[in-house]
Ligand binder design. Structure first.
Ligand code: TXA
Ligand code: MG
Length: 341
């Protein structure tokens, strides 16, 4: 299959993408978080192709994207007050809400669960494609399963060329990590995946919100994941990533004494000057928004440009959007953290 790269602002590009989707095909689309790999969410056969293209385990459910709030009424059994309040504050935007699903949702989307994840993205291209297709779109991140999520159209092409009909290029993503996932299918509400909307912001609207264990910790043996995606080793470059928790001074010491063939660093802006190994910077130490925007590209660069074998990473502060950065990096590191003091 030849994958077309469409510039989102070129005449007819949105219509071309919409026609592919209406015919049961797959299109890589930009959102404000990461690029998604979209199919008609109401067409089980189209959705099944997403799993094949990504090599995604069939038990990992997909998010359904809408472009008008009212579309949610068709997708879930009931819209509780809490969902309306969240939507009023954070939609359109990087928040996914889980609710009991309606009969309209194909089993391929919900992967056998009785709930569905719904998101109303703010990216104008995502909204335009959903509108033009005239159906909600199921879309996981547009990477091969296990790879870092794509934050540019080029990342999607690297992973999906030849596997899908088209990619719509709408420029780099502004948030850079996937949406916050909160479930309202149980009481109290629970954060399953941190993202651009913070736990503090959710609590500001809902009051009590619990944080799922899987946000910070590996899943205990035999325990069922509330969010199936959290149980897989994720976001991983080929390199072995190790997080060094401690001061900058101790980080620099540790990296420089462990310098050698294939060793690289993933550090904050400006810190590379003191390091005796090839390094990639992923934003300012105090700027977790920038870290979120740059992390996935940095993980890809470690493989593709530095061909790193071992990567020592600075430890993000797990607060605000930094919680999302920490959650992604600790998975990329397979939960390997060394305390360097
Ligand atoms: O920002 C995003 O959310 C991006 C863009 C494209 O919208 N999409 C995305 O999708 O990150 P994906 O499939 O890579 O991650 C969806 C996560 C997975 O961890 C999945 O297990 C979880 O949401 N999820 C989906 N439906 C669920 C459900 N019904 N119950 C629990 N978790 C669910
Ligand atoms: Mg993903």
């Amino acid at each position: 299959m030849q994958t077309q790269l469409l510039q989102a602002d070129a005449p007819g590009a949105i219509q071309t993408a919409a026609a592919i989707l209406q015919n049961g095909g797959l299109v890589g689309i930009p959102t404000e978080t990461v690029y998604g790999l979209a199919a008609n969410a109401l067409d089980g056969a189209a959705v099944a192709k997403i799993f094949a293209a990504k090599g995604r385990p069939m038990d990992n459910p997909l998010i359904v994207h809408i472009s008008h709030f009212e579309q949610i009424y068709d997708l879930v059994r009931e819209v509780p007050e809490a969902a309306k309040k969240l939507a009023e504050q954070f939609w359109p935007g990087p928040l996914t809400i889980i609710l009991p699903k309606s009969a309209r949702i194909p089993d391929e989307v919900s992967a056998g669960l009785d709930t569905v994840a719904v998101r109303f993205p703010s990216h104008p291209v995502a909204r335009a494609v959903i509108d033009a297709a005239g159906v909600p779109l199921a879309a996981p991140s547009g990477n091969l399963s296990g790879h870092p999520s794509p934050t540019t159209a080029a990342h999607v092409m690297n992973d999906m060329d030849g596997r899908i009909e088209a990619v719509l290029d709408g420029g780099p993503c502004s948030v850079g990590v996937e949406s916050t996932v909160v479930t309202l299918a149980e009481q109290p509400p629970r954060l399953l995946r941190p993202g651009g909307i913070t736990l503090e912001q959710l609590r500001g609207v809902l009051g009590q919100v619990e944080m799922d264990d899987a946000v910070l910790h590996p899943l205990a043996d035999g325990k069922r994941a509330a969010s199936p995606g959290m149980k897989y080793k994720h976001y991983s470059p080929k390199a072995n990533v190790i997080i060094l928790d401690g001061s900058l001074e101790h980080y620099i010491d540790y990296v420089n004494t462990h310098a050698g063939d294939g060793v690289a660093a993933l550090c904050y802006d400006g810190e590379d000057k003191a390091l005796q190994v090839p390094s990639i910077c992923y934003g300012g130490e105090e700027d977790c928004g920038e870290q979120a925007r740059e992390l996935f590209d940095a993980l890809r660069e470690l493989d593709e440009r530095l061909h790193a074998k071992t990567v020592y990473a600075r430890c993000p502060e797990p607060e605000g959007v930094g919680l999302a950065v920490y959650n992604r990096l600790i998975r990329a590191a397979g939960f390997e953290v060394i305390d360097v003091g």
